[in-house]
Design a protein around this ligand. Structure first.
Ligand SMILES: Nc1ncnc2c1ncn2[C@@H]1O[C@H](COP(=O)(O)OP(=O)(O)OP(=O)(O)O)[C@@H](O)[C@H]1O
Length: 328
């Protein structure tokens, strides 16, 4: 199925006040690749402020990494501009780069160093004295639960451990803007929580964080605003709460069947997703309650294994952006 692009575009309501330099401001960023049918990033604008976690979300191939690489000056835009704390990334590259730490999606070049040396060396490169870099490296390894791996070479680590060490190097030097491409991908639950907590602390210190993630449910409580990309274009940019307001009054009803029930998905109304005996549908809250009461008191009850009624999540917003589905 070819997903259509939703017509509703929420504009960024949180531009910094005039005269206040955003941590990172992108205007009309555009970039394609040779022999590609469409632009990878097509006219994207947003700004991220200090003390804000700004999420860039979208399905695979939506253009997130291309966008991030333009933000940090690794990819030259075909059109548009990026300013980091007022410095133009292409025109004033060194000034802009001095403010930003970038965690790429794939592994860093520091593979033949120990974790401790990689973090310390990164902090030194970012201007810290030897003593300060050593202290900071120790603190970061402790914060991220990497102390036992401090002397292990990066190339000997598991994928998840290496990712965690990569996050530690991104945090080294306390740059005021962190641009992180999937910081929690490949991490186990404990490590993911550790990383979200570490980012939350940086936000509280006034750091601006622009990140890509597919762990949307976990990120929801951390993200102050999100930009949703679809085929290179912005389809939504707002706070998670305001994006979810699109779904005001709707809840998700999920039914899990033990065996085939004496009703069909169409009996529920709405657009039912049916996957391996699990039905999922978004309905107005009253309709959902009525449907559930009918099921619990009727012949379908004996076929029912489990059910849940949940308010809309950021994942619902993302799904609707992917499919072009309207909230109502
Ligand atoms: N080096 C490249 N050469 C040609 N096309 C590319 C290149 N890198 C990315 N693309 C294309 O550009 C589009 C955007 O890719 P990008 O990596 O930015 O997406 P993404 O949203 O980060 O995806 P994912 O979630 O899978 O990491 C895709 O259609 C991809 O195939």
């Amino acid at each position: 199925m070819v997903a259509s692009v939703p017509t509703e575009i929420t504009t960024d309501p949180a531009e910094p006040a005039p005269g206040v330099a955003a941590a990172c401001a992108a205007h009309g960023l555009t970039r394609g690749y040779r022999n590609a049918g469409r632009l990878a990033v097509d006219g994207v604008s947003f700004s991220a402020r200090h003390g804000e976690v700004f999420g860039v979300l979208g399905r695979n191939g939506a253009g997130k990494t291309t966008l991030l690489r333009m933000l940090v000056g690794l990819l030259r835009p075909a059109g548009g501009t990026v300013r980091i704390r007022g410095a133009e990334v292409t025109g004033q590259a060194a000034r802009a780069a001095a403010h930003v730490a970038y965690l790429p999606q794939s592994e860093s070049a520091l593979t033949d160093m120990s974790v401790r040396t990689a973090v310390e060396a990164t902090a030194r490169l970012r201007g810290l004295s030897r003593a300060h870099a050593r202290r900071q490296s120790g603190a970061l390894l402790a914060e991220l639960g990497l102390e036992d791996l401090a002397d292990a070479r990066m190339e000997r680590l598991s994928g998840g451990q290496r990712r965690l060490a990569g996050v530690a190097t991104a945090l080294a030097g306390q740059r005021p803007l962190l641009v992180l491409d999937e910081p929690t991908t490949g991490l186990d639950l404990d490590s993911r929580r550790t990383v979200w907590r570490a980012l939350d602390r940086r936000r509280a210190d006034g750091t601006a964080i622009v990140l890509v993630t597919h762990n949307v449910l976990e990120a929801e409580s951390v993200l102050d605003r999100v930009l949703v990309l679809h085929q290179g274009r912005t389809v939504a940019c707002d706070t998670p709460a305001r994006l979810k307001e699109r779904f005001g009054g709707l809840v998700r009803l999920q039914l899990s069947w033990r065996h085939t029930p004496p009703l069909t998905p169409a009996d529920l109304g709405g657009d039912v997703r049916d996957h391996e005996n699990r039905w999922s549908v978004r309905l107005p809250v009253e309709d959902a309650r009525r449907t559930l009461t009918e099921i619990l008191s009727g012949p379908a009850y004996t076929a029912l294994d489990d059910f849940s009624l949940t308010p809309p999540s950021l994942e619902d917003v993302l799904l609707s952006c992917d499919t072009g589905e309207e909230a109502r």
